[in-house]
Design a protein around this ligand. Structure first.
Ligand code: THU
Length: 167
């Protein structure tokens, strides 16, 4: 590869991502998407007017939900995915997160395209996957339209910082 310094053998990453029609979802994935959709109005997004909801399924089948929570001091705001992950770790510590569904809609509008999580949320999802040492499926969709399903959310952050070297 030109203009690259390789310190060892080249490493490649693959993401297992598939697109499904709404009607092709199994019952538990459908329930997770529905839980996220039902909570979209709970987003506190007066600044961006961009509502996001994330629903998490725990290993025991329990569903927890988070929505984006903004603040007049903009960087204080937190994404829906990290609200949901924090809720899971606080309410059900030690339980694996088997899946997360993320849906969004600009306020007062619909949406029909899947939304991939931001980089900070990918880092948080990566850490959850590492903690539970089991895949965390990620479903992404708009209010309507196709659903993207990643077999493991941590695949969305290749070459991630893992904190292995932290004291
Ligand atoms: N947002 C999320 O909740 N999740 C993401 O993955 C991307 C962005 C929120 C943050 C902010 O409240 C609004 O969407 C606009 O960026």
């Amino acid at each position: 590869m030109e203009n690259a310094i390789l310190l060892g053998p080249m490493k490649t990453w693959t993401i297992s991502l598939e697109e499904r029609g709404r009607s092709e979802l199994n019952a538990s994935d459908q329930a997770l998407v529905d839980a996220a959709l039902a909570h979209l109005p709970q987003a506190h997004a007066p600044y961006s007017r961009f509502h996001v909801a994330a629903a998490i399924r725990l290993e025991d089948g329990q569903i927890l939900v988070g929505t984006n929570q903004e603040n007049a001091s903009y960087p204080v705001g937190i994404c829906a995915e990290r609200v949901a992950l924090s809720a899971a770790s606080s309410v059900a510590p030690g339980k694996a997160v088997t899946a997360m569904a993320v849906v969004y809609a600009p306020q007062g509008q619909t949406s029909s395209k899947p939304l991939p999580p931001c980089g900070m949320c990918r880092q948080a999802l990566h850490e959850q996957k590492t903690r539970q040492n089991a895949p965390l499926e990620l479903l992404m969709c708009g209010v309507e339209g196709p659903v993207w399903k990643a077999a493991d959310a941590s695949d969305l952050l290749p070459f991630a910082f893992s904190g292995e070297e932290l004291p």
